[in-house]
Ligand binder design. Structure first.
Ligand SMILES: [Zn+2]
Ligand SMILES: [Zn+2]
Length: 263
């Protein structure tokens, strides 16, 4: 089981998204997220798989150039809206009494496959292979993959999230000591539950933490809109905290220079 989890997590390395992944994620940013059936899929699948969770953030941050406020773009806005919803929903489910559940980890495991992985495996439909608004997906992939803005986001906010990161994700070596504030990500919490190393108290802690993340994400999302309040460091880091919980922490830790790259 440990091997399965390790394989599911993204290694600490550049993503190198393919042209097709960028095409699908860029299309998702531009509309699919608004379709109710897609939102229902996201809730069942607990977002995307780890690779496409971070890929989604990268595509939005690197490629979305226009925006309001000081930043004028390159902001993880859509991804924050989606993961506020997912964090709040999962927090609510984790807070429910679990006595009737045979598998306490089940609520942390996706009930449906990643939408992007599913689309990648589907034969292309005639007329649907073009990028959003006829965009050149290969050029967009070349623009996204250097990760310039994503690296900047992860580095500038690291002080607000590094202590919260799952220590199992970052490795238990001397270079990444477990902090008091650290808590397991979804994948390592599920693994700990299956192994009998976590209990109701850990589920309750995860529930209240997810609700807190959702609240900070709401402030962050508002701060990016025209008339929103300004966001503090914990709000600005909230999307990394949310994605770290759902998809593991190695990728932002790599971008912030906190872990060495893996091959
Ligand atoms: Zn996927
Ligand atoms: Zn983890």
């Amino acid at each position: 089981m440990a091997i399965r989890t390790a394989q599911a997590l993204l290694p600490a390395a550049p993503l190198r998204l393919t042209t097709e992944e960028v095409r699908l994620l860029w299309s998702f940013v531009h509309g699919a997220i608004q379709i109710p059936s897609m939102r229902a899929w996201m809730r069942e699948s607990l977002g995307f798989c780890p690779r496409h969770t971070w890929g989604y953030a990268v595509v939005e941050i690197e490629l979305w150039e226009a925006g309001v406020g000081d930043r004028a773009g390159h902001v993880p806005f859509d991804v924050s809206v989606l993961y506020e919803d997912l964090a709040r929903g999962l927090g609510r489910r984790l807070a429910q009494p679990r006595g009737w559940r045979r598998r306490p980890d089940a609520v942390l495991v996706p009930g449906r496959r990643c939408l992007i992985c599913t689309q990648l495996d589907s034969p292309p439909r005639e007329g649907f292979a073009i990028g959003y608004a006829n965009s050149n997906s290969a050029a967009l992939a070349a623009e996204a993959n250097p990760l310039r803005h994503s690296r900047r986001w992860c580095s500038l906010t690291a002080d607000a999230w590094a202590e919260l990161a799952c220590s199992a994700c970052l490795g238990d070596g001397p270079s990444s000591p477990a902090h008091d504030a650290a808590a397991p990500c979804r994948l390592h919490l599920a693994e700990a539950l299956r192994a009998g190393r976590a209990d109701d108290g850990d589920l309750a802690a995860a529930a209240s933490r997810l609700t807190g993340v959702a609240d900070r994400l709401a402030v962050f999302v508002e701060s990016v809109t025209m008339f929103g309040p300004s966001a503090g460091p914990a709000d600005e880091a909230s999307w990394i905290e949310a994605l770290g919980f759902f998809a593991g922490w190695r990728f932002p830790a790599f971008l912030a220079g906190l872990v060495a790259p893996e091959n």
